[in-house]
Design a protein around this ligand. Structure first.
Ligand code: TA6
Length: 433
């Protein structure tokens, strides 16, 4: 069995004959879906057995491995393994930071053996159940540093499972931002205890959000028709788009994600989503949604911020007095807030029609955290307390007392509808007084 790297120009006849036999004839994939115009620019591999072309696959410029096909009479002889290992080596040589593929669900176990992890739920592709699977290559952080590191200010580190996290240091603060999920993990002004909370039991793995920090909830906040809570972007790898220093010695990191076939299978819209994080004596996070398609879409969205407090039982949240809220703990009963929010049990409230600043008064740490916002008309206040805490394998016992979520959101019924070409900014500004 011999494998060769080929271009479409060199081996179009052999490559298309194998794919025609496997995908179009055997798997009934519609012809128009198979020839997608990506072949000319792809890197292809072609396997021969006794000078007979028997298998092929391709790697696209964005790290997408696809079109893996082995003729029926030559399966289970290692052709798939040989092609995958060859494409992984090519991706490393091309200094790709990660590779991904849409695996037929029944083949997921094969790819998992090579370090691919499932990301998101199953989706149909040509009526065959598929899973998106991703693998971060060993040089992911190096690749990012070559393009985006700022000496003395910003550097990407591998936080585990090949997941790159930006470590940011300014004269006024430090922060950590995970590329997966576009998730701020930490922010700590000099001289202060950490302001953003991350669990001691947090898990860093492909396809799983980190417990704590600021999960990005998009394109829906909360549960939606039995789909994953808080949308799908928080478990997906985003792309780093820009890093720079700015006024007042701040550091700006811009991350983005846009639609692809696996997101469209879950939510059939074209979009571009960006998170712009500005780190300094204050923390600013801007979530920018763009409708890049040709039809309107409606979202709910949120920055699900976890804050570090000295003791939840002594903590108060000001700024919501007189506003209405849905109490999730009491079957979404509608209530009106009177005075400060205090905590003596599981608390999970969606405050609606509110644009006010919120202040977390923390007598144990002797500070007040102010959360100002723009482009958000709902605020969620959440603490899991003792029982719910036990339900989270990525929360350590007793950690509920160290944290409170004050989330900057647009939650139902505060929805956002965007016409084609329109954009929406949701911004949270956080400071310590
Ligand atoms: O924002 C509050 C909330 O919706 C809670 O109901 C709880 O589910 C929390 O978010 C955490 O959700 P997650 O999916 O991150 O475990």
């Amino acid at each position: 069995m011999k494998i060769a790297k080929v271009t479409w120009g060199e081996a179009q006849a052999e490559l298309s004959a194998i794919r025609h036999a496997v995908f179009i004839e055997e798997q009934q994939v519609p012809e128009e879906l198979e020839w997608d115009g990506e072949d000319e620019s792809a890197l292809h591999v072609l396997v021969h057995e006794d000078s007979q072309p028997i298998a092929c696959a391709r790697l696209l410029a964005d790290g997408h491995i696809g079109r893996m096909a082995v003729l029926k009479d030559y399966r289970s002889r290692g052709a798939g393994r040989l092609m995958l290992k060859t494409l992984l080596m090519e991706a490393e040589k091309l200094r790709r930071s990660r590779v991904f593929l849409n695996a037929q669900t029944r083949a997921a176990g094969f790819y998992a053996k090579y370090g691919f992890s499932q990301v998101g739920g199953e989706f149909p592709d040509a009526n065959i159940p598929h899973l998106r699977m991703e693998k971060n290559l060993d040089n992911f952080s190096e690749t990012l540093n070559a393009r985006f590191a700022i000496p003395g200010r910003l550097r990407f580190q591998d936080s585990g499972a090949g997941l790159p996290v930006a470590e940011i240091t300014t004269p006024d603060a430090m922060a950590r931002v995970a590329v997966q999920g576009g998730q701020v993990l930490e922010w700590q002004p000099n001289g202060q205890k950490p302001v953003i909370w991350v669990s001691k039991a947090a898990v860093y793995q492909t396809g799983k959000g980190v417990r704590g920090g600021v999960p990005v909830c998009w394109p829906w906040f909360g549960q939606l028709e039995g789909k994953g809570a808080h949308g799908f972007v928080r478990v997906r790898m985003w792309e780093v788009r820009e890093s720079r220093t700015d006024l007042a010695d701040t550091v700006v990191l811009r991350l983005g994600i846009k639609d692809d076939e696996s997101t469209r299978a879950q939510w059939d819209h074209a979009f571009d989503l960006e998170l712009i994080v500005t780190v300094g004596a204050a923390l600013k996070m801007e979530l920018v949604t763009r409708n890049t398609g040709d039809k309107p879409f409606t979202i709910t969205d949120g920055l699900h911020t976890y804050f570090r407090v000295g003791d939840i039982k002594q903590t108060k949240v000001q700024g919501l007095d007189g506003t209405e809220y849905f109490d999730k703990v009491r079957d979404f009963a509608k209530e009106r807030q009177s005075g400060a929010v205090t905590f003596s049990g599981e608390t999970d409230r969606v405050y609606i029609n509110t644009t006010s600043d919120c202040m977390i008064e923390d007598p144990v740490f002797g500070r007040t955290i102010r959360i100002a916002k723009a482009g958000s008309t709902s605020t969620v206040v959440w603490n899991p307390w003792t029982e719910k805490e036990k339900a989270f394998s990525d929360m350590a016992a007793g950690e509920y007392a160290d944290m409170v979520c004050v989330e900057t959101v647009n939650a139902s019924p505060d929805e956002i509808t965007l016409q084609p070409g329109a954009k929406h900014n949701l911004t949270a500004f956080i400071g310590v007084e």
